[in-house]
Design a protein around this ligand. Sequence first.
Ligand SMILES: [Zn+2]
Length: 317
Amino acid sequence: MRSAVLYGPHDWRIEDLNIPSLNNDDVLLKVKVCGVCHSEIHQWNVKVNGLEYPRYIGHEVAGEVLESGKDVKSFKPGDRVAVWTDGKGYAEQINVKSNRLFKISDNVSFTEAMAEPIACTTNGVIRANIHLNDSVALVGTGFMGLILLQQLKLRGAKFIAAIDVREEILELAKNLGADFVINPQKENTKDVIKDLTNGKGVDISFEVGGNETTLNLAADICRMEGKLVIFGFHPGPRKIKDLGYWNWMAFDIINAHFRDLNTILNGTRIGMEMLNAGKINMKPLITHNFKLDEIENAFMAAKEKPKGFIKSVIVMN
Ligand SMILES: [Zn+2]
């Protein structure tokens, strides 16, 4: 079976690998779609010290069950599933432990069934513990922000303000339920939020962009004793320059980036049930499709974000 293997920066090679062997509680999947994740861009763009190359990445997989191990009772060939996996997703086939599989209903396409991102947003919303009538800001409303937005709506926020520098994203955020949209390149975000909150700042400020600018802005618009939710992925050197201010403002600092497998699987189950029930609309979020041998272009799109870009996925034949 064919697999895209990352040998170094911008060095993808399509290789023929053996079909993975099946343990008793494994399921062998025909991969239909694998999403390109923002967290993978770094190791593709530069050689990251401490990481071993060649790398077998790709963790946002949806596909069809080909075969199940003899102890697997709940899945059979032909079942449509999304999986939580920590790699090897850019391939025609993958085997996964059966407890990491989640069925997707017939009305959900493979492209929409992005289990891992939905698990992250679900856990982020749970961890932030939003209350009725809370005011919420989302700083960075790309792919993850737009899923968060929809789930936050369901928690009864007073308002959700979507903040991003890309106009077309803000337009989509409005369509998906944002009450206010703010472009920091056009307006003073702090002033707008002050006007909306009697000068206080929002109750919950979600940092989604994963960079220093979004982190600082999220803190700038959070009220005293408000919740500052660090949802974005922050690899590399420390970015918190203003701990004194955070301390002074008595922020409730919530790290919403998850590593524990049980937490992840619980978030995946809840999130996938919401997707199956039609509570999350993923259709407008998947904007760029590529074939396996176009994987370099898929990563370039994720890095460069051409106009209209929200998410690229690899679609297998
Ligand atoms: Zn991901």
